[in-house]
Design a protein around this ligand. Sequence first.
Ligand SMILES: Cc1cc2nc3c(=O)[nH]c(=O)nc-3n(C[C@H](O)[C@H](O)[C@H](O)COP(=O)(O)OP(=O)(O)OC[C@H]3O[C@@H](n4cnc5c(N)ncnc54)[C@H](O)[C@@H]3O)c2cc1C
Length: 397
Amino acid sequence: MSKSRKSVAIIGGGPSALMAAAFLDTDKFDVTVYEKNKSLGRKFLVAGKGGFNLTHSEPIESMIGRYHPMLFLKNSLLNFSNKDLRNWFSQIGIETYIGSSNRVYPVDGIKPIEVLTAIVDFLKEKDVHLKFGYEWSNWKNDSIVFKNRIQIDPDFTIFALGGASWSVTGSNGNWIEIFKLNGYDVIPFQPANCAYEVNWSSDFINWNEGKPLKNISISCYGNSQLGEVVITQFGMEGNAIYALSNEIQKLLDTKGEATVLIDFKPTTELEVVLNKLNKSRHSKISDCLKRDLKLNNTQRGMLKTTLTREEFLNPKVLAKRIKGFPVTLIAAAPIDEAISTTGGIPLSAITDNFELKNRSNTFCIGEMLDWNAPTGGYLLQACFSLGVDLARKINQL
Ligand SMILES: Cc1cc2nc3c(=O)[nH]c(=O)nc-3n(C[C@H](O)[C@H](O)[C@H](O)COP(=O)(O)OP(=O)(O)OC[C@H]3O[C@@H](n4cnc5c(N)ncnc54)[C@H](O)[C@@H]3O)c2cc1C
């Protein structure tokens, strides 16, 4: 090991940290990842338990538009795009494929742990050091102090401490208190990509719990999202609602509730729906809803139980309701159950190089920063892109 190499400490062992380590030039830097758990990437493995969306395959220009705020991630995504990510995975032996939803998965037969192991093997090959049981607990002057009392003085520090959901994985967001103690303005964590609570009637839930609403779109606060949701005892969950977390949270914060509109026929214009209702060969309106408009039991029940008999029999009122069924959300699910969180370090606290403005050579990447994206591969892509972008920037220092 050359003594002239500068040291980089990466604190946290999730996807953003691992990608930064993978792209740092180890000829130039002595790189160590410090993770508080006994193993790396526990949340990454949890993500792998469901649909393991490593990224999304849509053109990078439209992908950029999925992020809030958009401009923050633009350069990182352009510098290391979804295509670059797939190529890199292929180089380390992880082939991917594009599913019918345009999300990108490891090919069948590759387990999440194998993806993680391939990354870790790549790091070991590069002579990146991996240390476990190192929980960052504070700074002492400029030194990094861990709970095990070990103190280090790296030339560069990269924090990649994650958000504050699924605390069982280690990503509990406790680090925010350390930043606060050191005078940083931080943003409280909020759940994102999570279920929302609805006051369904007990009759409704008895009939419809677990039922999906597929091929719908949901709109809120001027934004709309195609996808599906599932009715649950608690309320609603699914990709169509997750993608609106930002808008919904804004309304919950300001008004205490958020009304979203569900379009049961997003690809059919209101006039066409009305026409179908007016010109149906079925004498019963329920039959028209089922056969001509292909609405399922749950959708028909939702319409029937929320309209008066007169309204239900009035095609204009019914068509309007089919195209915009209002549902009032009263709360987000508990933060620990959310797929991701917003809040943490405000983007205003870091430079374009992700460096903390008042602490030189100290950088923050990943979900610990206050940005948001829908689930479906966008979260991991952003974490990977941020890691690569920062590594390349440090390589040039
Ligand atoms: C159920 C679920 C499913 C998901 N599915 C997907 C999906 O399919 N596609 C997608 O794109 N995204 C998905 N995600 C989101 C994705 O997993 C996260 O956005 C991503 O893991 C964040 O990466 P990160 O590196 O920023 O932080 P994390 O992965 O949270 O890693 C942070 C690491 O830092 C460590 N740490 C924390 N504090 C300290 C400390 N003080 N000292 C040392 N170490 C510390 C933690 O133990 C952790 O290992 C899913 C998330 C969940 C919960």
